[in-house]
Design a protein around this ligand. Structure first.
Ligand code: MN
Length: 272
């Protein structure tokens, strides 16, 4: 047992999708050391945009990883899997007990609007919520950022709030932090996902065997001019906190669909 070990300190699992060597997870883990006992279980390679993929046809390996953070002791494992794999493996095998909080990030780049669907960062937190733990995903809204310190300070405040108050069952928080200084950040806004899509295009090239291959490209389009969206909050310099549900059911559509006739007397044209 480590000296000064306090068994009652919250156990905080830290994951990400940018890989265990990314600057964002280092900043997040360091920020969490003042709140609890930190365990990092993160992908050994970048897993951005893998969504909620899990590994079921290949072995998953976990390797103890040297991970130093200023002023704190953490244990770390690098995993040959996805963010969701990391959280499952941590909870089932690697952690000394159940986590009190699962945090993911701090992602390099925003996870706002429809990007929540593709995000590995959000999926690590979603997996935490599925397993019954408090869970938060953090993203810094700048692909080129090198300084995660202001975002990490907000991550600590938000995590402390969740540890103190808890979240309703089946919810997680998706937090997007503008890449601004402490002075410039305008505080927290509770938001909903903006309606958006990617207008996609594929660049076609030829491989050395003269076979075509394709590279996904695209342009992000905000389709939502409404208030209190994640995109709008971040544009105004606010930290966007969106509560997400594991339950994807469109509850407001249930009655409408139940009113449809589902009996076999509604014939499809070609059906005989
Ligand atoms: Mn990422």
């Amino acid at each position: 047992m480590e000296p000064n070990h306090e068994p009652t300190r919250p156990l905080i699992l830290v994951c990400n999708d940018d890989g265990i060597d990314a600057p964002g997870i280092r900043a997040l883990a360091a920020a969490m050391t003042s709140l609890g006992e930190v365990h990092i279980v993160a992908p050994i390679d970048e897993q951005s945009a893998v969504g909620h993929a899990i590994t079921v046809r290949d072995p998953v390996r976990a390797r103890p990883w040297d991970f130093d953070v200023p002023g704190g002791t953490v244990t770390a494992h690098a995993v040959t899997g996805t963010p969701a794999d990391c959280v499952k493996l941590a909870a089932n095998q690697l952690l000394p007990r159940e986590p009190d909080l699962v945090v993911s990030g701090i992602n390099r780049g925003p996870n706002t609007a429809v990007n929540v669907i593709y995000s590995g960062t959000v999926s690590a937190a979603t997996e935490g919520a599925i397993l019954g733990y408090e869970a938060i995903a953090f993203s810094l809204c700048d692909w080129e950022a090198e300084d995660y310190s202001a975002a990490a300070r907000w991550a600590r405040r938000i995590a402390a709030r969740v540890l103190a108050d808890g979240l309703p069952t089946g919810l997680l928080l998706n937090v997007n932090i503008p890449a601004l200084s402490d002075d410039e950040l305008m505080g927290v806004e509770i938001t909903r996902q903006a309606r958006s899509r990617w207008e996609e295009s594929f660049i076609e090239r030829s491989d050395p065997f003269k076979q075509p291959y394709y590279w996904l490209s695209g342009r992000f389009v905000n389709l939502d001019e409404g208030e209190h969206t994640d995109l709008n909050a971040v544009e105004r310099g606010c930290i966007s906190i969106t509560p997400l549900r594991i339950d994807l059911t469109a509850h407001d559509a249930l009655d409408t669909l139940r009113d449809w006739s589902w009996t076999p007397d509604v014939q499809v044209q070609d059906e005989t």
